[in-house]
Design a protein around this ligand. Structure first.
Ligand SMILES: [Zn+2]
Length: 58
């Protein structure tokens, strides 16, 4: 399962509506809306996921 870094939705890679490679890692998005959001503020979403943030369980 892959996690959409924007909304947190879990999905299989084949279910993802969009994907994006960022710094060697592939991120999957449930919709192009989420992809757009991550494009607008990549640090906000992608960096948080990479650093194993404290927000795993909000
Ligand atoms: Zn999403």
């Amino acid at each position: 399962m892959e996690k959409d870094p924007v909304c947190g939705m879990l999905m299989g890679p084949k279910q993802a509506a969009a994907q994006r490679v960022h710094e060697g890692r592939t991120y999957y998005f449930c919709s192009t809306e989420c992809l757009k959001k991550s494009d607008q503020a990549p640090a906000r979403y992608v960096a948080v996921t990479q650093s194993h943030a404290k927000k795993d369980h909000p």
